[in-house]
Design a protein around this ligand. Structure first.
Ligand code: KG4
Ligand code: ZN
Length: 353
């Protein structure tokens, strides 16, 4: 491998853990481009079909990498390292990105950086120049949280409260015992007859609805952990009961149902977050992951932060759902720490961190 350079650190990062193919270029921790190709093919099946996802990644990866390089105005010769999502995710999807990244690193004779997807969601909050933070600062450097900070990471597969001591040292202090918050949104949407992924649709309908109209239970789960499977069952029984009385119930009340479901998911998340902040004494608080794009969560999180005296941070929308910019920023810190992967590293569907 070529020795690490002393010039700017330019990283090409690839994300392919689920159904988004993404490539980003960063230079010295600044994101120059972040191209994301979604996969509409899954909509008709009500969820991600792993085989179709792998095939779409194979079709998308070359054009996406090409577009990211072009947008960044960067050539392959300028790259210092290649970062990729190693785990967790769908194994077939991860393999496409990891094989591509390994081949490119070997061909260019530059270091390889293996990134954990959930760690990267958290570090999306360290991408400088993000629009969303509660400090009111226009100074890009000031608009990132200081260590130690807390992050509520809410995605389609995970729900975690993470205590971050440094970019590469993080502790999961609470997590879901069953469904993830994103699954709670998507499964509720499915019960309402909405297509996959239903989270953003519930968000849209909820804007017009009354969150107090219907009441769903809040589970009493010990410590800083979460559970969403009881909520799903309560929604199922509620909808069965109401539609037995009135077949048009869902259509007539969709905004109020969505607002009530969203309101309960948000309160479950934020009640635990408040407890975590109290227990740790940490006041720089972030959210991350696909569900952090939810407008109800973003607003309620800001309001809670104001009440509790926290500084709150939320990644820009494009860095909430799956994207390669978060892989690039994590790769950047791994590069600075000299945490390189060997070419024999393999993708893994599950991995502890
Ligand atoms: O982080 P992400 O893109 O992929 C995973 O790593 O899982 O998260 C995807 C999840 C899906 O469950 C999707 O429904 C949810 O994020 N999501 C939302 C919103 N946007 C994406 N949920 C609620 N409101 C949204 N606006
Ligand atoms: Zn994700």
């Amino acid at each position: 491998m070529r020795s690490t350079s002393t010039g700017p650190v330019t990283i090409l990062a690839i994300e392919s853990s689920c159904d988004e193919t993404s490539c980003a270029i960063s230079r010295d921790g600044i994101i120059l481009s972040n191209i994301i190709a979604g996969q509409a093919v899954h909509e008709q099946y009500g969820g991600v079909v792993p085989e179709l996802a792998s095939r779409a990644h194979m079709q998308n990866i070359v054009p996406v990498v090409d577009a990211a390089l072009k947008k960044a105005g960067c050539t392959l010769g300028e790259l210092t390292a290649i970062a990729f999502t190693q785990s967790p995710g769908l194994i077939g999807s991860l393999l496409v990105g990891s094989q591509f990244a390994k081949s490119l690193a070997q061909a260019l004779d530059i270091p390889l950086l293996a990134v954990h997807h959930m760690q990267a969601h958290v570090l999306a909050n360290l991408i400088p120049g993000r629009a969303a933070d509660s400090t009111g600062s226009t100074d890009a450097a000031a608009a990132v949280p200081a260590f130690p900070f807390l992050c509520l990471t809410v995605s389609g597969g995970h729900t975690q409260i993470v205590l971050c001591h440094s970019p590469l040292r993080m502790e999961v202090i609470g997590e879901t015992l069953d469904d993830a918050a994103g699954e709670a949104f998507d499964k509720s949407a499915k019960l309402l007859g909405l297509p996959y992924p239903g989270g953003p649709l519930i968000d849209n309908y909820a804007r017009e609805g009354d969150p107090k109209r219907f009441s769903f239970p809040e589970p009493q789960i010990p410590a800083l952990n979460f559970s969403f499977s009881g909520l799903k069952t309560a929604i199922l029984y509620f909808l069965q009961e109401q539609t037995a009385k009135d077949a048009g119930f869902i259509a007539a009340n969709l905004p109020d149902i969505c607002a009530s479901i969203q309101g309960r998911i948000v309160s479950i998340l934020l009640n635990k977050y408040r407890k975590a902040a109290k227990e740790t004494g940490v006041t720089d608080c972030c959210i991350a992951g696909g569900v952090s794009a939810n407008s109800g969560l973003r607003t309620a999180f800001r309001e809670l932060g104001e009440k509790e005296g926290w500084r709150t941070f939320i990644p820009a929308f494009e860095y909430c759902t799956d994207n390669a910019a978060m892989i690039a920023i994590t790769g950047h810190y791994k590069y600075l720490a000299g945490e390189f992967a060997s070419l024999s590293v393999s993708a893994s569907a599950r991995a502890e961190w």
